[in-house]
Every structure is written in C-alpha cells, then in structure tokens.
Design a protein around this ligand. Structure first.
Ligand SMILES: [Zn+2]
Ligand SMILES: [Zn+2]
Length: 137
C-alpha cells in the first residue's frame, strides 16, 4: 500500500503518490490556505507533482496566481468540497498533499512552519521547528 494516499470526504476522489518519502512536511499559514481550509493553516506533505495519480470524476481544479506570480493549482472534490493537493510549479514542481486527507497520517510530523507573518492570532505555533515569514527561501 502506498504510504501517501488518501481520499476526499465523500470518497469519490482518491489519490496516491509513488513516492514514500516527502521532500518536506510544512504547516502553511498563508491567507489562501486559511481560506481554502476554513481553518488557521494547512498541513502539507510535499512530493513531486508527477508522482501523484488521481481517480474520480469529481476532481476539479482551482487555479490562482501565487506570491511568486506563477500558477498555484488546487485540486479538490467538486462533490464534497474537500481540498486534496496543491500543485506548486514555482516550488520545484512539488505538490502539497493535504495531510488531513491521508488514509494514515499518524507518521506526519511537520518540520517547518511557513507564512508565519500571516498566522492567525488564535493559532498556537510550535516554537520548536523552523519558521519562515513567507515562502521558504
Ligand atoms: Zn468528495
Ligand atoms: Zn499556504
């Protein structure tokens, strides 16, 4: 069973990655992640975009320009609204898998917090891991 696989809330969209070891596990406090998650931050497991395959006809994409000026492609389920992955062409062609959608996320340990400049005052930051003000350098 692939380590990095998951599905949306309604179960119509499933994904898996051929890569078991993430490049990074990052908590993101950017305003876009706050809005699309409806929460204070998103927890992202980063793997190469081309390592991910999707199943399910209700997968939709929302494309927006990121802080880099390049496209950020957010994959979600148009039936239940769950965010699943975010493709980041400007960031080594990595994709951010939304950790809350993994089948098993018990192994997930964030190693960095990014976009701390826009962290919500009501979200408690883990002071023991690296932090960046905006995107990691
Ligand atoms: Zn769904
Ligand atoms: Zn973000």
């Amino acid at each position: 069973m692939p380590k990095i696989q998951g599905h949306c809330l309604c179960g119509q969209v499933r994904y898996s990655s051929s890569q078991d070891e993430p490049a990074m596990i990052a908590v993101c406090h950017c305003p876009d992640c706050q809005r699309q998650s409806g929460s204070a931050f998103s927890t992202n497991v980063l793997v190469p975009t081309d390592s991910i395959t999707f199943e399910g006809e209700s997968r939709s994409q929302f494309v927006i320009n990121g802080a880099s000026g390049q496209k950020v492609i957010r994959n979600f389920c148009s039936n239940c609204g769950s965010p699943l992955t975010t493709e980041l062409p400007a960031f080594d062609n990595l994709a951010a898998v939304k950790a809350g959608t993994l089948e098993d996320s018990s192994w997930v340990t964030p190693t960095i917090q990014i976009w701390c400049d826009t962290a919500k005052t009501w979200s408690v930051l883990d002071e023991s891991i690296d932090k960046t003000a905006t995107n990691p350098g």
